[in-house]
Write a protein that binds this ligand. Structure first.
Ligand SMILES: *[C@@H]1O[C@H](CO)[C@@H](O)[C@H](O)[C@H]1NC(C)=O
Ligand SMILES: *[C@@H]1O[C@H](CO)[C@@H](O)[C@H](O)[C@H]1NC(C)=O
Ligand SMILES: CC(=O)N[C@H]1CO[C@H](CO)[C@@H](O)[C@@H]1O
Length: 384
C-alpha cells in the first residue's frame, strides 16, 4: 500500500517556491512544496521529492499519517537526481591495531579545508570513518574517550554546519579489537553513547558498522537491530540510520547473502541499506583495472531489484574505479544506474578522501589525489 498521495494544487501557493532540483517533499519535509515556474515537484521516493524540469501542474506531496514501510513494488525505475552524492573521509580509523594510538602518527582527522573544497564542488554528504576502540576503550560498555569524541565531533560539526550530512562510520567490520562482536547488548551500549552524543544534530546519519564479513548471518541481523533500537532509544529519532550487510556489504552479493536483513525494523522508518561496490575482478577495490565498461551496473542491478521487491531504500556507501577510460565508463554506468533507479537509491559516496592517502589509486583528496583529478568533473555532475 503506497504511503504517499499526490494531489495537484493550482492555486493558493505561497509566494516562495523551491528552486530547480531543490527538495520539495518527503516524510518529515516541512519546507516548500511548490516549485518555481518550469519545474514540477516529482516524487523520487517516500523520503524525497524534487523539483525537476517540466511544466505539468504543480504537485504537492501529501504524506499520509501511517508510518508503515512501503510495500508497493514499483514496476519500473523512476529516474531523477540523487538526494546525496559525496565522499568517504578516511583517516581517523587509520593505524588499525594501534589502540588508542597516537594522534598525528597512527591516526588523524580529516582536513577542514579539504571538506570545504569538496563541499564547494557540490558534494553534500561525507562519511567519517573512525575506530570503535578509540572511542570506547577495552569494553563496549565503558565510557567514551572524551578527547577522541571531541575531535570526531569537530569534524562532524564542521560538515553539518555547512548544511551537508555527516555519516558516523565505525569502521570496524563487525569486530572489536579484532574479534567478531557477539555481545549485542554491548554493541547496543556503544550505540546508546554515540547516539546520545549526536542526537541533537539532525544532519548526522548513523552507519551501524563498516562491512560485516565472514559472520553468522543472524548475528549481522541482530547487531543491526541492536544498533537501531539503541539509537532510537537514546532519543535520536529524527536521523537516518544506514544498516550494512555481511560479505563486506557488497551490492553484488546482496541478493544471495543479506536477504534476511529485510526483517530489520525502525520505529522512525528512516532506515536505509548501505551497500558497497567496487569494479575490479574480486570486488575488493584494490586494483585500478575494471572488469568491463558495464561491470558497475551489472553488479548493482540485483541489489536494485532486491530493494524494489522489498520496498526498501538503498545507499551506495563506497564505490570507486581506477583513473582510466574503461573504469570511467563503468563508474558512469554506476551513477547512471543509480539515477535511473532513484526511487530506491538515495545516493553514493566515492571511496575515499583523506590527507594520508598519498598516491593511492582512488584518492579523492584535493587538490591532487588521483581520483579527484581524474573523476571530480564527472562525479560532481551527478551531485544534487
Ligand atoms: C585531538 O586533536 C588535537 C588537536 O586539535 C590533538 O592535540 C589531540 O591529540 C587529539 N586527540 C585525539 C584523541 O584525537
Ligand atoms: C543477484 O544479483 C546479481 C548481481 O547484480 C545478479 O547478477 C543476479 O542475477 C541476481 N540474482 C537474483 C536471483 O536476483
Ligand atoms: C578501496 C578501499 O580502500 N576499500 C576499502 C574500504 O574499506 C576498508 C577499510 O578501510 C578497506 O579494507 C577496503 O580496502
Amino acid at each position: 500500500m503506497r504511503s504517499l498521495i499526490l494531489s495537484s494544487t493550482l492555486a493558493g501557493l505561497a509566494a516562495a517556491a523551491a528552486g530547480p532540483y531543490a527538495q520539495c517533499g518527503g516524510i518529515s519535509w516541512s519546507g516548500e512544496t511548490a516549485c518555481v515556474s518550469g519545474y514540477t515537484c516529482t516524487v523520487s521516493n517516500q523520503y524525497y521529492s524534487q523539483c525537476l524540469p517540466g511544466t505539468a501542474a504543480t504537485t504537492t506531496l501529501v504524506t499520509s499519517t501511517t508510518k508503515t514501510a512501503p510495500t508497493t513494488t514499483p514496476t519500473s525505475g523512476a529516474a531523477g537526481k540523487l538526494k546525496w552524492l559525496g565522499i568517504n573521509l578516511s583517516v581517523a580509523e587509520f593505524g588499525s591495531g594501534e589502540y588508542p594510538g597516537i594522534w598525528g602518527k597512527h591516526f588523524y582527522f580529516p582536513d577542514e579545508s579539504s571538506i570545504s573544497t569538496l563541499y564547494e564542488q557540490g558534494y553534500n554528504i561525507f562519511r567519517v570513518a573512525f575506530s570503535m576502540e578509540r572511542l570506547v576503550a577495552d569494553k563496549l560498555v565503558n565510557d567514551v574517550a572524551a578527547d577522541y569524541l571531541k575531535n570526531l565531533t569537530a569534524t562532524v560539526d564542521y560538515i553539518t554546519a555547512k548544511g551537508a550530512y555527516a555519516i558516523l562510520d565505525p569502521h570496524n567490520f563487525g569486530r572489536y579489537y579484532g574479534n567478531v562482536i557477539t555481545d549485542t547488548a554491548g554493541f547496543g551500549s556503544f550505540w546508546t553513547k554515540l547516539a546520545t552524543a549526536f542526537k541533537s544534530n539532525d544532519k548526522v546519519i548513523f552507519d551501524t558498522n563498516n562491512e560485516y564479513h565472514d559472520m553468522d548471518q543472524t548475528l549481522v541481523l541482530n547487531l543491526n537491530q541492536a544498533a537501531i533500537d539503541a539509537i532510537r532509544g537514546a532519543g535520536a529519532t529524527s536521523q537516518y540510520i544506514f544498516a550494512e550487510g555481511n560479505s563486506w556489504s557488497g551490492a553484488h552479493a546482496w541478493n544471495t547473502t543479506n536477504d534476511n536483513l529485510k526483517a530489520l525494523t525502525d520505529p522512525s522508518n528512516k532506515l536505509l541499506y548501505e551497500m558497497h561496490q567496487y569494479l575490479d575482478s574480486d570486488n575488493s577495490g584494490t586494483s585500478d583495472v575494471c572488469v568491463s565498461t558495464t561491470i558497475g551496473a551489472d553488479r548493482i542491478s540485483g541489489a536494485t531489484a532486491w530493494l524494489r521487491a522489498n520496498g526498501k531504500i538503498g545507499f551506495l556507501g563506497e564505490f570507486a574505479g581506477g583513473a582510466n577510460s574503461q573504469c570511467q565508463s563503468a563508474v558512469k554506468g554506476v551513477l547512471d544506474h543509480l539515477e535511473a533507479n532513484s526511487d530506491v537509491w538515495q545516493g553514493a559516496l566515492w571511496w575515499a578522501a583523506g590527507p594520508w592517502w598519498g598516491d593511492y589509486i582512488y584518492s579523492f583528496e584535493p587538490p591532487s589525489g588521483t581520483g579527484y583529478t581524474y573523476y571530480n568533473s564527472l562525479l560532481k555532475s551527478y551531485a544534487p
